[in-house]
Design a protein around this ligand. Structure first.
Ligand code: NAI
Ligand code: MG
Length: 491
């Protein structure tokens, strides 16, 4: 029987879900029926004349198609990048290089609305996120690195930083434009040229960026953007004239790439998966912590390498936290990513949805308690209710492996030592979160947590000036900030 509290909550949730739709207009962006490869400053079909579809995961409808680059196209792009490097970019005064990067930043900013719409339609993330986070942060990365271009002597005092040559960059589908800017901006600022390959489910904002780069009058060949799947990526990795590989994606492909370049002089940075612990102590401001946990795992459908997917709660506040979390996820609005009210959009692909559902089955099979929001899902597209598992064993697959979806596991702990032990007991080490009132506890935890980034009383905060990267199976090398320049230079 429903209690009075249940009824009050139900009323609250129903009214939250009954917000009138506030859809962003599609008309502010034009998606062309077909996108070609961007090589040497021009758009051209792939030599195999093949195209692959990119769909809108919120509807399942085809949005456009992109050219599939084969090994010959990769070779052409690398040659264009090499030529631009030797003949122009490497010799250009750093101040001039910086101006180009700055121009890209401004143009991304000017076309922000268009970028946000295309990002949301191609990838499924809520428009609020692409509008307020992805696109402005992408522009900020170009601004930030534009500033470094002529100040490398201050970044590396008493040393002369030299560019490497041609960088091959491969990015995933969770932050398509942002990942492109993370990779392209520091490469250009340090005097390298680029061949970038976006992910096959989200090629469109990279192609818009190619348009921006063309309009910004970048010398032809300085940035080349080629679309395609894993084999295009592999051809790029294996090309003999690449000096540096920058990869963000799965640990599995990261390992393949590492093997492929072993014994070559190619430099590499790998930003792979994560399984971040979020730790709530009993002295934490619980409501804020719950909000941070929700933001940490349900933000961007959990398609975040640093998502706080493992929650550790001190035993005395466990019941409180779980109750508040359940209440909060009931109010999350799951649905049309183009609606400005939406909190959780579409899962990026059918393949990813299947993977997440497989893990949910594993969790149920292992006998853990599952709670899902009771929201109604759209009748088409790829959607999933926010999901939490409680009483999960540390050794469980759902607590150990990266799910990359809106699924949270919850465990309890008693002491600081137990929290550290459990948090570090995982193959990944990208990020972590700590929620407590005590500064000394924060310092104790951050010193002992094996994670590249530790957030305290907040989560998922990014800034172009701060470095990002992991330990263990999360990869190596840092992107962002001063540290992000280092992988693109030699001395
Ligand atoms: P993936 O690692 O296969 O794809 C990432 C990029 O690598 C894409 O551009 C892809 O075309 C390219 N690629 C694939 N095979 C390649 C190869 N042999 N050589 C060079 N490039 C190659 O990731 P996928 O399959 O899309 O997602 C699988 C899982 O990976 C997800 O469920 C998630 O757990 C994890 N993932 C982690 C990300 C992160 O930010 N760390 C991002 C995306 C996925
Ligand atoms: Mg798509």
């Amino acid at each position: 029987m429903a209690t009075k509290r249940d009824n009050t909550l139900k009323l609250k949730f129903d009214s939250a879900r009954k917000l009138s739709p506030a859809p962003e207009s599609r008309s502010s962006a034009t998606i062309r029926p077909r996108y070609d490869l961007f090589i040497n400053g021009k758009f051209e079909p792939s030599s195999g004349k093949k195209y692959f579809d990119t769909i809108n995961p919120a509807t399942g409808e085809k949005l456009s198609e992109a050219a599939e680059a084969n090994a010959a196209d990769v070779d052409k792009a690398v040659k264009a990048a090499r030529n631009a490097y030797e003949k122009c970019w490497k010799k250009m005064p750093a101040k001039e290089r910086g101006k180009y990067v700055f121009r890209i930043a401004r143009m991304v900013q000017e076309r922000a609305r268009e970028f946000a719409i295309v990002e949301t339609m191609d990838g499924g993330k809520p428009i609020r996120e692409s509008r307020d986070f992805d696109i402005p942060t992408a522009a900020n990365h170009f601004f930030y690195y534009a500033g470094w271009a002529d100040k490398l002597e201050y970044a590396f005092p008493n040393r002369t930083a030299k560019s490497l040559g041609v960088a091959g960059q491969i990015i995933p589908w969770n932050f398509p434009l942002l990942m492109a800017s993370w990779k392209i901006a520091p490469a250009l600022a340090t005097g390298n040229t680029v061949v970038l390959k976006p992910a096959e489910t989200t090629p469109l904002t990279a192609m818009l960026l190619a348009e921006v780069i063309q309009e910004a009058d970048l010398p032809p060949g300085v940035v080349n953007i080629i679309t395609g799947g894993g084999s295009t990526g592999a051809a790029l990795v294996n090309h003999p004239d690449i000096n540096k590989i920058a990869f963000t994606g799965s640990t599995e492909v990261g390992k393949i790439i590492q093997r492929a370049i072993a014994g070559t002089s190619k430099k590499i940075t790998l930003e792979l998966g994560g399984k971040a612990p979020n730790i709530i102590f009993d002295d934490a401001p619980i409501d804020q912590a719950v909000e941070g946990v929700v933001n940490g795992i349900f933000f961007n459908q959990g398609h975040v390498c640093c998502a706080g997917s493992r929650l550790y709660v001190q035993e005395s506040v466990m019941n409180d936290v779980v109750r508040k979390l359940r209440d909060r996820i009931e109010t999350l609005i799951v649905g049309d990513p183009m609606d400005k009210n939406t909190d959780i959009g579409a899962i990026n692909s059918k393949q990813q949805l299947d993977k997440i559902n497989k893990y949910i089955k594993i969790g149920l099979g292992e006998g853990y308690d599952m709670y899902q929001s009771s929201c109604v899902l759209p009748d088409r597209g790829f959607f999933l209710r926010p999901t939490i598992f409680t009483n999960v064993a540390q050794s469980s697959r759902i607590a150990q492996e990266e799910i990359f979806g809106p699924v949270l596991t919850i465990q309890s702990f008693r002491t600081d030592e137990e929290a550290i032990e459990k948090a570090n007991n995982n193959p990944y080490g990208l990020s972590a979160g700590v929620w407590t009132d005590k500064g000394s506890k924060i310092f104790n935890m951050t010193a002992k947590l094996r994670a590249g980034v530790v957030w305290a009383n907040t989560f998922n905060k990014f800034d172009p000036a701060s470095p990002f990267g992991g330990y263990k199976e999360s990869g190596y090398g840092r992107e962002g900030g001063l540290h992000g320049l280092q992988p693109y230079v030699t001395f």
